[in-house]
Design a protein around this ligand. Structure first.
Ligand code: SF4
Ligand code: SF4
Length: 171
């Protein structure tokens, strides 16, 4: 065992929450055991759904409000930085520094989102090219640049495959 192996996810995740915001994943599919757990926790309406769309309704600030009953794919997920910190490839201060930079760029992206637009819609809009078919916000270029910067740092520090695609958690 190396000297970093004792790092618990909470040391990093409790101040981050990035992987639940919609900037990294679009949604997750709920399994039967996930639904049973949600039902047992009194979350009957969530238990009847087949998926959780992101930003996750259970994200409270940077924290999961149903931590003990969260889907299995959430419990097992480790972003690149968490995995590298737990596996002793980087130290805790570097991991925290990385996550701080990611959160800063997420805030910069969110600052460009037009009022009333959900982050998942802003991601779709930011990824579009200007076209006469779509009504794009006036600040589309700024939104797109902020999105590209955010996805680049997510690829660098969070996404294991680093391909810039916002996809389902668990794929
Ligand atoms: S992005 Fe990484 S550090 Fe942040 S909450 Fe998710 S797993 Fe934890
Ligand atoms: S259930 Fe909790 S850990 Fe899973 S995506 Fe939602 S907020 Fe994140």
């Amino acid at each position: 065992m190396n000297r970093h192996a004792r790092i618990e996810p909470g040391v990093l995740c409790l101040d981050c929450g990035m992987c639940c915001t919609g900037a990294v994943f679009t949604h997750l599919d709920l399994t039967g055991p996930d639904k049973d757990r949600l039902h047992g926790a009194g979350l009957g309406d969530a238990a009847t759904q087949h998926r959780l769309d992101f930003p996750c309704r259970f994200l409270d600030g940077a924290r999961c409000s149903i931590y003990a009953s969260r889907p299995a794919v959430c419990a097992s997920y480790r972003c690149k930085t968490l995995a590298q910190a737990q596996d002793g490839m980087i130290d805790l201060s570097e991991a925290k520094d990385r996550l701080h930079k990611v959160v800063e760029l997420r805030r910069a992206f969110e600052a460009q989102i037009p009022p009333g637009m959900a982050i998942k819609d802003a991601i779709v809009v930011a990824a579009r090219e200007p076209s006469t078919e779509w009504e794009l916000p006036k600040n589309h270029l700024e939104l797109k640049l902020a999105f590209v910067a955010l996805q680049a740092i997510i690829d660098r520090y969070l996404r294991a495959d680093g391909d810039g695609i916002v996809r389902q958690r668990g794929d």
